[in-house]
Design a protein around this ligand. Structure first.
Ligand code: FAD
Length: 329
């Protein structure tokens, strides 16, 4: 284990963390989150104080998380966590930096699908020519993530663990029925993406667990797909997006349709009613129109500062139509 600030034993770190144990009146899935009423605790400082550790193996990282009794948080690229610290939305006693964990940086194309290590960055996905055929829907979606500075640091595991409802990777995971492997001192477990995302910034991840890998099931070469997104400016988080794919039988009728959408709820959604509606049909303009209408009818989005519910509902129908048109072209 390498500690960049000051070399300490696990027990010393644990003692430090215990000293920093804080109220947690609201309890998202990970880390110590502070409500606004507590935010003056650190007035005058940019980030709240924390211990910092930079382990060189996954085993060391999970040992550190376990030591701090829920008061530690993993740090990947810092693209969400550092702003959260700055806004006092998180105040962990210890940051466990995952940057030295080379074992989490691999993209593996296997017979059973694409395996993305948690520390794979967006730029790694976009730069990997194999993925153009191994998972073109993933590449199409990740091309919409933020700006290149953020794509150079943001990671698959960070995005999955952060569970922003407007993020592309969780939507791809849900649409594609990905499996998410996590590890703690108790061992590994694998969670279906459908069971992983519980709400905005809330997941099935326990405080002492680290995401280590996301597996996207194998992608047949003739599969059809589309990804369409609307954001206010290029690189902004999506107001809404649709990710879909389907296979065709010998007479081009749809089978195995999967549709995931962003912007309809506090987490990515599968539109199973629309998938069922498409099944057995050739995708033509009439079917595309019906699918768009069915997609709008299937969602009950919230209103927020970015868009009203009626606008989001209409937008999701339009994006599903566009994605289907692009898939069928
Ligand atoms: P961090 O910020 O380091 O961590 C995020 C959270 O995940 C923390 O709670 C941390 O403890 C936890 N965590 C990190 N890694 C792990 C792990 N392996 N296991 C368990 N927990 C872990 N994203 C999009 O999808 N689309 C966008 O359009 C988009 N636009 C952005 C625009 C801006 C200006 C910024 C700053 C970010 C944007 N992002 C967007 C987010 C970005 O894509 C990051 O990938 C994402 O925030 C995760 O960041 P990170 O990997 O650096 O994780």
């Amino acid at each position: 284990m390498r500690l960049l600030l000051a070399p300490r034993s696990l027990s010393e770190i644990a003692a430090k963390c215990r000293g920093k144990k804080r109220d947690r009146p609201f309890d998202p899935s990970r880390g110590a989150m502070l409500p606004p009423s507590h935010q003056t605790d650190f007035a005058g400082m940019k980030l709240p104080p924390f211990e910092y550790a930079c382990p060189t193996s996954v085993a060391e990282a999970v040992a550190l998380l376990a030591t701090c009794d829920g008061e530690a948080m993993p740090l990947a690229g810092g693209q969400s966590l550092v702003p959260m610290l700055a806004f006092r939305a998180a105040a962990p006693a210890l940051l466990v930096d995952l940057r030295m964990l080379e074992e989490l940086r691999q993209i593996r194309i296997m017979r059973d699908g694409v395996r993305l290590g948690a520390m794979v960055r967006w730029c790694d996905i976009l730069d990997d020519a194999r993925l153009a055929t191994a998972h073109p829907l993933l590449v199409a979606a990740i091309a919409h993530v933020a700006h290149f500075q953020i794509r150079n640091r943001g990671t698959v595991g960070g995005s999955i663990a952060h569970a922003d409802p407007a993020a592309e990777m969780p939507a791809i995971a849900v649409a594609c029925e990905a499996e998410i492997t996590v590890v703690s001192e108790a061992g590994n477990r694998t969670i279906a993406a459908a069971d992983f995302f519980l709400g905005a910034l809330t997941t099935a991840l326990m405080r002492d667990e680290i995401v280590i890998e996301v597996r996207l099931p194998a992608w047949p070469s003739r599969r059809r797909f589309g990804f369409e997104e609307f954001a206010r400016r290029r690189g902004d988080f999506a107001v809404a997006a649709a990710a879909l794919f389907y296979d065709e039988d010998a007479v081009r009728k749809v089978r195995n349709a999967h549709i995931g959408v962003i912007g309809a709820a506090d987490r990515p959604l599968r539109l199973r009613a629309v998938e069922d509606m498409l099944s057995g049909h050739v995708v033509d303009e009439a079917v595309i129109g019906k699918a768009g209408a069915a997609a709008s009818a299937a969602v009950d989005p919230p209103s927020d500062i970015h868009a009203g519910a009626a606008y989001r509902r209409s937008l999701i129908g339009t994006l599903v139509e566009r994605a289907l048109r692009s898939a069928a072209a």
